[in-house]
Design a protein around this ligand. Structure first.
Ligand code: LRH
Ligand code: MN
Length: 388
């Protein structure tokens, strides 16, 4: 045990889920830059994700995206994951890349297309039954681009009908996490644009329906930690898609654009009791490494969450509470900033050594030779990507 037992315990309890798609090629509408050694199938994506867990010790699961990660035998894929020391986590549906979904998937005016989209969501639950996954993550690109294009309330009715059908299909220990996004790819309305809309749909269904906060899906200047505190208070926060952004849904490494915001978010997570694994709040990364090497970027991202979490665990709760109760504005803020201003890197290095890990995971990965091995091995076949 290190000098800061509370931080030590909190960091060891942290479980950060990695997105399979972060290991494949990704980009923008302008260009998808191909990188050497990129995985060619879900097996290789999971092997790469296992490297992140091997060097950080806190990334034991990998989220899949269907159909990007469709395989013949999901049982075999789950077995492969176990062999390399991780497990399959959240299953992500994809009703945003089929031509039929131009005017919407589950909200489409055409009932035949709504049926097709809902069947895909139900198929994802079938896959969860095989992989042993607890969570289905639902993000809908559904929306409109022009006022009058479709009826806003009618689309909500269609969405509610599809969500109810999926909710009915969920097993006892399964949940769905409904993800909201302010804009893109639709630019007038998104059918799930904000936490309030997601919350309303989840409240209408029951405890197996929770809201997921993607930190890149808000209007600039949105106080995300307020949404965290509010959803935790309501018992409706199912998880996070962590990333960071300077402008829009940039999907950059979490904490790279605004580490202070990530600290404020992790403080509300701690204050809301969600660092306790029994709170069942999923901490997932949802990022794209368009120009940087993908495995080291995922390791760095996990370290950024660890640093923000360690700082949040260093907040002197008692001192903060008494300053707040006394109306001591500057005193309370100083307690908060003292924790944020603390360099937690030496403590985290100590904790990693204590966990039997190399104190510098990125350096250890580079010294492992794994990157050279995959670049030499993965020379044929098509590199994985978004298949858009
Ligand atoms: C949508 C989103 C969603 C995923 C996709 C990869 O922007 O955040 O979580 O399905 O990215
Ligand atoms: Mn997301």
């Amino acid at each position: 045990m290190t000098t800061e037992p509370r931080v030590d315990e909190g960091i060891r309890d942290l479980s950060i889920e990695l997105p399979s798609w972060a290991f494949g090629n990704s980009g923008t509408r302008f260009k998808v830059f191909a990188q050497k050694g990129v995985p060619r199938d879900p097996y290789e994506k999971i092997s790469d994700a296992a490297q992140v867990h091997a060097f950080t010790g806190v990334a034991p699961s990998v989220a899949l995206h269907i159909p990007w990660d469709r395989v013949e035998d999901f049982g075999a894929l789950a077995k492969h994951a176990a062999e390399v020391g991780v497990r399959i986590g959240t299953i992500n549906s994809n009703v945003f890349q089929d031509n039929d979904y131009m005017l919407g998937s589950v909200t489409n005016p055409d009932p035949r297309i709504r049926r097709k989209a809902t069947d895909h969501l139900l198929e994802c639950v079938d896959i969860m039954d095989v992989t042993g996954s607890r969570d289905l993550k639902l993000w809908f690109s559904d929306g409109t681009n022009y006022p009058g294009q479709d009826d806003i309330a009618a689309r909500q009715d269609r969405l509610a009908a599809a969500l109810a059908e999926v909710y009915e299909r969920l097993g006892e220990d399964q949940r769905f996490l409904l993800e909201y996004k302010l804009f893109e790819p639709a630019f007038y309305t998104m059918d799930v644009p904000d936490w309030g809309t997601a919350y309303l749909h989840c409240m209408a269904l029951g405890p197996k329906a929770q809201v997921v906060i993607d930190t890149g899906h808000h209007a600039p200047g949105t106080n995300i930690e307020f949404i965290v505190a509010t959803l935790l208070r309501a018992g409706k926060l199912g998880g996070f898609d962590f990333n960071s952004r300077f402008y829009a849904d940039d999907d950059l490494m979490v904490g790279s654009a605004d580490p202070y915001q990530l600290f404020r978010i992790m403080w509300e997570v701690r204050r809301g009791g969600a660092l306790d694994p029994s709170a069942q709040v999923a901490f997932m990364l949802d990022q794209c490494h368009n120009i940087e090497p993908k495995i080291p970027a995922q390791i760095r991202s996990v370290m950024n969450v660890q640093e923000a979490t360690a700082k949040a665990l260093l907040v002197d709760e008692a001192a903060l509470a008494s300053a707040q109760a006394a109306g001591d504005v500057l005193g309370a803020h100083a307690v908060f900033m003292d924790a944020y201003a603390t360099d937690v890197r030496p403590l985290l290095r100590e904790i990693r050594s204590d966990m039997g890990l190399d104190p510098d995971p990125v350096d250890a990965y580079h010294r492992s030779g794994y990157n050279e091995a995959i670049c030499a091995e993965r020379t044929d076949g098509a590199p994985a990507g978004w298949g858009a």
